[in-house]
Design a protein around this ligand. Structure first.
Ligand SMILES: NC(=O)c1ccc[n+]([C@@H]2O[C@H](COP(=O)([O-])OP(=O)(O)OC[C@H]3O[C@@H](n4cnc5c(N)ncnc54)[C@H](O)[C@@H]3O)[C@@H](O)[C@H]2O)c1
Length: 453
């Protein structure tokens, strides 16, 4: 576990975190660990009472330990907004949700509600730190529309943590971006990060907001780029694994976010890319590259369906196992996960779908079509199915005993590896029909043919 950082003057600062999702709960627990007195506030009573008892209402590795130690040390408390009685402290973090609206813009209702609530409890000149991802220009608008008579000082401090590694990322961020107009407020936010080593970038509010969107848009672009290359690979007979490695070894390109597959999902990339596209359109700019990134990403989700149609003709009545519901491994977050669209499309075409995820079954219940059979283990999901779609590359799926799996599957035993995470050649040797994304080329084809002789 991380070393307790309760030392020095910074221990005395009081901080309130409004919104206790993946970002806010991690921030609250991590700041308490750093020695601050932290109050976490959430509008969801159930969430508040779970946190009070030291249990985490969602899956985030290492967060439960951090919560328990903060509670035990008496530096971490949780309240519903209606229960607050005391001033909120010198720093107030806002980490509420900023979901998409149907037209692609950002729904700021949670942010506005949080900001309107703060001055009732904090009449002084506290610093309001925006951790939520809000479109460029939002901070200045909020200052003008919501904070004029409040005395609160506004600072944009976008969050870059990754679900599944959020606690590590809080203490080891790639950079800390602080956007503000008031020196004293910026200094206080810097102080909040005492002990965390990372490049510090001080900007104006709108630039800080834009950095967050630019980062997500760039990473999404890498994903869609490699997926475009994968489609080309299938047509020219090249292997995307080799291409990705071959270009990723160039330090100007880098290896990360170059794995071909079913594309990005989750609670950030899809909504943030749409929001940036919408923001550009509103400002009269046609951000063509973003449109392409979105279109390619939508197309990737059709790949398993196309592969199954090609193999079976019709997929009515075909039994399919979906491995993975979460949008990526090591999280239970299934918002905008590829599995949701894939399951819906399969069910619409009459396939009989069985699904399993190591952490996301609770979320799966409300998000997947009713007809999907939810299973308690991977083997249970696989039993009796003719085809498997690997949607999320959880380690437990990559390490499945495939020889045993081949006995519970029924012919033709087709595996669509939506993350290029499995050893396709070994699977072909075991008698499976294997399809990855862009994994073609003479070496693949040759094995496939050898297997079928
Ligand atoms: N999840 C991530 O990996 C991640 C990473 C970086 C940035 N972000 C951004 O951080 C923000 C929060 O993301 P999240 O995934 O933690 O959100 P979330 O949806 O998981 O949690 C938001 C929480 O805010 C609470 N809430 C809503 N309105 C409230 C109000 N008025 N007062 C008090 N509580 C309120 C909700 O009950 C909920 O618990 C979003 O803007 C997101 O884009 C998320």
């Amino acid at each position: 576990m991380l070393e307790d950082r309760n030392k020095g003057d910074e221990a005395k600062m009081r901080i309130t975190v409004v919104g206790l999702g993946y970002v806010g709960a991690v921030a609250a627990a991590a700041l308490a660990h750093s020695g601050y007195n932290v109050v976490g506030v959430d509008a969801d009573w159930e969430r508040v009472s779970a946190f009070r008892q030291g249990s985490c209402p969602f899956y985030e590795p290492k967060l439960p330990e951090l919560l328990s130690s903060g509670l035990a040390a008496g530096r971490l408390r949780f309240h519903h907004p209606e229960e607050m009685t005391t001033p909120l402290g010198e720093v107030i973090l806002v980490a509420v949700g900023t979901p998409s609206r149907s037209y692609g813009g950002t729904d700021l209702s949670q942010v506005r509600a949080a900001i309107r609530w703060v001055p009732q409890y904090e009449p002084g000149s506290a610093v309001l730190v925006m951790k939520s991802t809000v479109p460029p220009g939002t901070g200045l608008r909020l200052v003008a529309e919501e904070l004029v008579n409040s005395g609160l000082r506004y600072v944009a401090n976008p969050e870059f943590l990754r679900e599944g590694q959020a606690v590590y990322d809080w203490f080891h961020p790639g950079r800390i971006v602080i956007g503000g107009e008031n020196e004293e407020a910026i200094t206080l936010v810097k102080k909040m990060y005492t002990g965390i080593e990372a490049p510090l970038l001080i900007t104006d509010i709108t630039s800080a907001e834009t950095i967050k969107y630019a980062a997500n848009a760039f990473l999404a672009t890498k994903i869609s780029f490699v997926n475009e290359m994968a489609s080309l690979c299938e047509r020219v007979g090249a292997n995307i694994d080799d291409i990705a490695r071959g270009i990723g070894l160039d330090p100007r390109i880098g290896q990360s976010f170059l794995r071909a597959g079913l594309g990005y999902g989750g609670s950030c990339f899809p909504k943030d890319i749409r929001a940036l596209d919408f923001c550009s359109a509103v400002k009269g700019y046609n951000f063509e590259l973003l449109r392409a990134v979105i279109n390619v990403n939508n197309r990737q989700r059709l790949l398993p369906l196309q592969a199954l149609h090609a193999a079976f003709g019709t997929i009515k009545g075909v039994k399919v196992a979906l491995l993975g519901v979460a949008f990526k491994p090591h999280t239970d977050d299934s918002r905008e996960a590829p599995a949701l669209d894939i399951a819906r499309l399969l069910v619409e075409d009459g396939a009989e779908v069985r699904a399993y995820d190591p952490q996301a079954m609770e979320n799966a219940r409300s998000l997947l079509p009713e007809k999907v059979v939810l299973c308690e283990s991977a083997l249970e999901a696989l039993r009796g199915t003719q085809a498997v779609v690997l949607v999320t590359e959880w380690p437990e799926f990559c390490e499945l005993p495939w020889e045993q799996v081949s006995r519970v599957l029924v012919p033709p035993r087709l595996i669509f590896d939506g993350r290029n995470a499995l050893d396709g050649r070994e699977l072909m040797r075991l008698g499976f029909y294997y399809r990855g994304v862009g994994r073609s080329g003479p070496r693949w084809e040759q094995r496939h043919q050898e297997n079928n002789q």
